[in-house]
Design a protein around this ligand. Structure first.
Ligand code: MTE
Ligand code: HPA
Ligand code: MOS
Length: 775
């Protein structure tokens, strides 16, 4: 590496590289998307002789396998081989946090859709045909589908966890008002457009390359190595982009990749496995349903003095990411409010559903739904609007969260007052009242939803990333990081960073595929932290290269470094354009044998958490915001339309306004879907009933709010956010929670006898029942 004398003036200038990023930049992936040229796993050019695979899965939710007869399936022409747990050379184990999940069932099955075998054939069609010929005899065992049933039977994933602050038991005694209640929030299907899948190909010396649709290439690599009993360096995982992940591919992209690798390992031939929609819906886990009980205590002036809650998480049949998700539920149990006395407990309940998994918000939304329900209940009983209680309890600077972190640069009140003032809440409320007074068959409801979401993996050791940046000798650049592009626009953000540091056009920069041989030992692209972590590493690498280039230019032009600047593909000296262009500078750097490659590592500073005390400073920063949601209910039909959602959101200083707005809008729609129409249904035998797009409804063009307005809050941003541009992937999903309470308010306007219920989603069917309850 070229050694560079430390130069404080230059260092200061580099630190201050003022990144006047082109904020209106488009998501650069959109060009290939709209032309149908973006590449997904199914688009990989497969080599001649590639086999196609289909998974044979459990046709019951719980039982003992007495006998399986593969003979007819194996005899079918074109079937190459059927793999079971007996073919696993290493460990039949894919559990990431807790080793409690086999790749293939051995003697017992624990959920409907649990993989038992992999059928490998000349075509997918043949493999499917063979699957229908497999005969299985199961001794059925009792099935648990709900968290409450699991709790009653003592069926748990791990020990419960509790956070506490102050003394809630004592505090309740001094409260003017105390209310208790129960809530339920259902699961949610990710419905990424690209279903789960992988393609494995054999390389020489027993090495295997896997193309996977995963958010976590390292998890895939590590698990394949473990299942095959080979070293990690034998396994290369490559990801171009995902057709959506939403958390569903943080952990659950792994088994399919492992299966293809296992078959390739044995057959020394390429194997492709892509789940069709039915298989994907049945075999994969979803957002965790939660059953919760709360107790909330308020003072006479409506301060929330004490809050206790027990969350029952329906974890499914194996841990998957449940313990981490449970933890985040506790972190967000008080949402945007300061509560001095808190006791929260989460119990991960083991049931016979597919293992539930990460989903945008990662347990946070489930936690926030409960406190918003508690506030709505309290407001109704006391006879004040919920927003009065919400407003009276918003977080302030230096308030302490139940987990010990002291809130800094808090924007809770700022986003709230900005939203209520900029959107004129008084007028909006008057409009709703007037409408309701003048209409008997239609009623409007309005609700406010503040959000506070912590940014960082809650598991501190995961908060790191690396970037490998090459400047090629023609001046073009290739960047490799751990960031997986899944539609959130992270590649565009990475390009913006390099473009800005070197002052060269975006066209000169390429983001390489996410590949475990170029960037190793990575955390998944998740926790909304991908751009922060990988962006900070990229920025560090680019700045190190820039420093080197300036040194070369200085020698070449015989001008001291602090007077040199790169601007618009030229070297500038004393602010004047020189004759030395970017490309020439790169050539000269090459000739001087100075490295044009840099590999940088970034680890989030300041964060820590002590699990023995359940206290610390787990988040780099928080993202804040406030949404106002207005709905109109058709009181004859129970159907409803969202008139408007008006948001003031804390982007920090957005580096890509178009992309970030897209994230807010998409997350909002997904949050509203979870709260209103997306209804996962399993029957008592544990069979998924909402197993197709005809029985599982997600928001479409007609059901999203008619008007969505998002304004940025005025703020300085945060140093730990990439270029002060805060993480945006997950937080806005939780604005959607307001949809539930807007509906409650509309129903109460029609039916004063309605007894508030907190049982999401609030489907039109439930709305209709509520409108006529006791009427
Ligand atoms: N946006 C799109 N279009 N597709 C996705 O799969 N995943 C969400 C969010 N936004 C997702 C998305 C989830 S769950 C997370 S954690 C973040 O993006 C991950 O990307 P980020 O860390 O770059 O925000
Ligand atoms: N968020 C999202 N994904 C994760 C986390 C988290 O906090 N921890 C582990 N995986
Ligand atoms: Mo997102 S649920 O952290 O993948």
């Amino acid at each position: 590496m070229h050694k560079h004398k430390s130069n404080p003036i230059l260092d200061a200038k580099l630190d201050a590289v003022s990144l006047s990023i082109k904020q209106s930049i488009k998501n650069l992936d959109s060009f290939t998307h709209v032309r149908g040229e973006s590449l997904y796993v199914d688009d990989v050019n497969i080599r001649q002789g590639t086999f196609h695979a289909v998974v044979f899965d459990a046709p019951k939710a719980h039982g003992h396998i007495k006998h399986i007869d593969y003979s007819k399936a194996e005899a079918l022409e074109g079937v190459e081989r059927i793999f079971t747990y007996k073919d696993i050379p290493g460990k039949n184990q894919i559990g990431g946090i807790i080793p409690d999940e086999p790749l293939f069932a051995e003697d017992d099955i624990h959920f409907w859709g649990m993989p038992i075998a992999l059928i490998v054939a000349e075509s997918e069609f043949i493999a499917r045909k063979a699957r229908a010929l497999i005969e299985i005899d199961i001794e059925e065992l009792p099935v648990i589908t709900t968290a409450k049933q699991a709790k009653a039977k003592g069926s748990f994933i791990n020990a419960p966890r509790s956070f506490s602050l102050g003394d809630s038991e004592k505090a309740f005694k001094d409260c003017e008002y105390v209310f208790e209640g129960e809530t339920f929030s259902n699961g949610q299907e990710h419905l990424y457009i690209e279903a789960q899948g992988a393609y494995a190909e054999p390389l020489e010396n027993g090495n295997i390359k896997i193309t996977s649709s995963t958010q976590g290439p390292t998890a895939v690599q590590k698990t394949i190595a473990q299942v095959l009993g080979v070293a990690m360096h034998k396994i290369e995982v490559d990801v171009t982009r995902l057709g959506g992940g939403f958390g569903g591919k943080e952990d659950q992209a792994t088994p399919w990749a492992v299966m293809t690798a296992l078959a390739t390992f044995h057959l020394n031939q390429s194997v492709k496995l892509i789940l069709n929609r039915h298989d994907d819906l049945r075999m994969t886990g979803k957002r965790h349903p939660y059953e919760s009980t709360y107790k909330i205590g308020l003072s006479k002036d409506l301060k929330i003095m004490a809050y206790e809650v027990e969350f029952l998480q329906n974890s499914g049949a194996a841990a998957d990411l449940s313990p981490a998700i449970a933890e985040r539920t506790l972190f967000h149990a008080t949402n945007s409010y300061f509560v001095p006395h808190v006791k929260t407990t989460v119990i991960s309940c083991k049931t016979n559903l597919p293992p539930n998994t990460a989903f945008r918000g990662f347990g946070g939304p489930q936690g926030m739904f409960v406190i918003e329900s508690a506030i709505a209940k309290a407001a109704c009983e006391i006879g004040v609007p919920a927003r009065v209680i919400q407003e009276a309890n918003l977080l302030d600077e230096n308030d302490t969260f139940s987990y010990g972190q002291v809130a800094k640069k808090v924007e809770a009140k700022n986003t709230w007052s900005s939203a209520t003032e900029l959107f004129n809440i008084t007028l909006l409320e008057q409009e709703v009242e007037t409408f309701n007074a003048n209409n008997s068959n239609f009623k409007k409801g309005l609700a406010l939803m503040p959000i506070t979401f912590g940014i960082s993996f809650t598991n501190t050791p995961m908060n790191h990333a690396r970037a490998l940046v090459h400047i090629y000798l023609d001046g073009s650049i290739g960047i490799s990081t751990a960031a997986v592009e899944m539609g959130q626009g992270v590649n565009t953000k990475m390009m913006q960073i390099a473009s800005e540091v070197f002052s060269i056009p975006i066209e000169k920069i390429k983001i390489e595929t996410t590949n475990t041989t170029r960037v190793a030992n990575t955390s998944p692209s998740a926790a909304s932290s991908t751009a922060d972590l990988n962006g900070k590493a990229t920025l560090k690498a680019c700045k190190a290269l820039l420093k080197r280039l300036i040194s070369v230019a200085s020698e070449d032009l015989n001008i001291s470094e602090e007077h040199i600047q790169l601007k618009d593909e030229y070297v500038y000296t004393h602010g004047e354009k020189s004759n030395l262009s970017w490309t020439e500078l790169i050539s000269k750097t090459m000739l001087k044998r100075v490295a044009l490659t840099e590999n940088a590592h970034y680890a989030t500073p300041e964060i820590h958490f002590d699990k023995t005390k359940e206290k610390g400073h787990p988040f780099a920063y928080h993202v804040y915001g406030t949404a106002i949601i207005i709905v109109t209910v058709d009181c004859t039909r129970g159907t409803y339309e969202f008139d408007a959602v008006k948001i003031v959101h804390d982007y920090g200083k957005s580096m890509s306004e178009g992309i970030d707005l897209g994230q807010v809008e998409g997350a909002l729609a997904q949050g509203i879907g979870w709260m209103t129409m997306e209804e996962i249904a399993y029957n008592d035998e544990g069979r998924l009933l909402s197993n197709a797009l005809s029985t599982y409804k997600i928001p479409d063009l007609f059901s999203v709010p008619k008007e969505v307005e998002v304004l940025p809050v005025k703020t300085d941003g945060h140093e730990l956010a990439i270029l002060k541009s805060k993480a945006v992937g997950e937080p806005p999903l939780m604005y959607g929670i307001g949809a539930y309470f807007a509906l409650q308010n509309a129903i109460r306007a029609f039916n004063p006898k309605y007894d508030l219920k907190f049982h999401a989603p609030m489907t039109p069917e439930k709305v209709l029942m509520s409108l006529y309850e006791n009427k």
